[in-house]
Write a new protein. Structure first.
Length: 182
C-alpha cells in the first residue's frame, strides 16, 4: 500500500489523479472522510449504502441512491475507497455535463439495454417527483415522453433522445454534490 493513508496503492492514487477532478491533497482529504466510516486496515470493510446516504450533503436528494448503486460492490453492497472517490468525482461540480449525463442515463437504464422503456421511465419520474405527484400523473408523463414524435425509436428513449429531452441545467442541478473536505 502507498498513498492516501494506505487506503490506496500508489498505482490507484496515480490513476485517480488522472481520471478524477481531484489532486493528491483532495484525494487524501476525501479518503480521510471515507476512513471516518470505514476504519478497517486498508478500507477493506467498506461502507454500507445506508451510511453513505446519511452524509449531510446527500440528504434529500432522491437520485443519490441510484448513483451510488453504480459504485457499490455487487456482492457486499458496500463501497470501497477507490469507488468512493469515483462516486464523489462524478458528482463533483468540476465534472463535465457530458459525463454526468452518461451516468444519469446509466442510473435509469436498469435493464442495461441502452434505452429507457416504460418501467424505467416510471421509476425515473417517481424518484424525481416522489410523493409530489400522484401515480396517474406520472403515468401520463411516461406515456407522453414515450410517444413524442421525434424519438429515434417509438416507445424507447435512447441516450440521444435523453440528451434532447433533459436540459444541461437539470443534469447539473440534480447530479452535482460537492462533499465537504476535512
Amino acid at each position: 500500500m502507498g498513498a492516501g493513508g494506505s487506503l490506496l496503492t500508489d498505482e490507484q492514487m496515480k490513476k485517480l489523479k488522472q481520471t478524477t477532478p481531484y489532486n493528491e491533497q483532495e484525494i487524501k482529504r476525501l479518503l480521510k472522510r471515507y476512513a471516518t466510516y470505514d476504519n478497517s486496515p486498508g478500507g477493506t470493510a467498506g461502507i454500507k449504502q445506508e451510511e453513505i446516504l446519511l452524509f449531510p450533503e446527500f440528504a434529500g436528494n432522491p437520485l443519490i441512491p441510484r448513483v451510488l448503486d453504480l459504485y457499490l460492490n455487487s456482492e457486499s453492497g458496500r463501497i470501497f475507497p477507490d469507488k468512493f472517490l469515483y462516486f464523489c468525482a462524478i458528482l463533483s461540480s468540476r465534472t463535465g455535463i457530458g459525463a454526468k449525463r452518461q451516468m444519469a442515463f446509466r442510473c435509469f437504464d436498469v435493464h442495461n439495454e441502452g434505452c429507457l422503456q416504460y418501467d424505467e421511465l416510471f421509476k425515473m419520474y417517481k424518484s424525481l417527483f416522489g410523493m409530489a405527484l400522484p401515480d396517474d400523473t406520472i403515468l401520463n408523463l411516461v406515456f407522453t415522453a414515450l410517444h413524442e414524435s421525434n424519438l429515434e425509436t417509438p416507445g424507447m428513449i435512447t441516450p440521444e433522445d435523453f440528451t434532447r429531452m433533459v436540459p444541461d441545467h437539470e443534469i447539473a442541478m440534480r447530479f452535482t454534490v460537492d462533499l465537504q473536505l476535512p
